[in-house]
Design a protein around this ligand. Sequence first.
Ligand code: MG
Length: 171
Amino acid sequence: MSTGIGNLTQYTIDLIAKRGITVDQMAKLLRKVQSQYIPDLTFEQCKESILMVMEKREVQNAVMTGIALDVLTEQGHIEEPLASILKRDNALYGVDEILALSIVNIYGSIGLTNFGYLDKAKVGIISDINEKRPGVVNTFLDDLVSAIIAAGASRIAHRHRDEENKENKEE
Ligand code: MG
């Protein structure tokens, strides 16, 4: 059955949804962070951008790997001392952020600014993910979701700039 969306893309979207974050939620937050630069940006454009990011193989690889580590930690399959580090989401660990950077970097350096903002400000769903709940480990998830939104934002920023350049040439 062909739905126009790749199998692995759908699998990855479902994986994030099972951890409590939907494409629509990511699209909403993307619109929020990017609308200060592009006021007429629509929800549909943001959703399309999130889906385009999710189609990338390096994004799927990073998401599968990070969520697997969160889930294995919850299930008690990770040995010490790593298990405690992941449960505490120790700020000095940093591998969660490094993995997420492989997503941020696919659309160049604009993504890095947005990622830094989302990671620091912990707005909306990102702060929900970070809320400590007993037995839940989302050490990788918060960075992965921030990175997908940041990549979606830089994809939109690049396209917006290209269109503006085109308009300037035509004038
Ligand atoms: Mg983290």
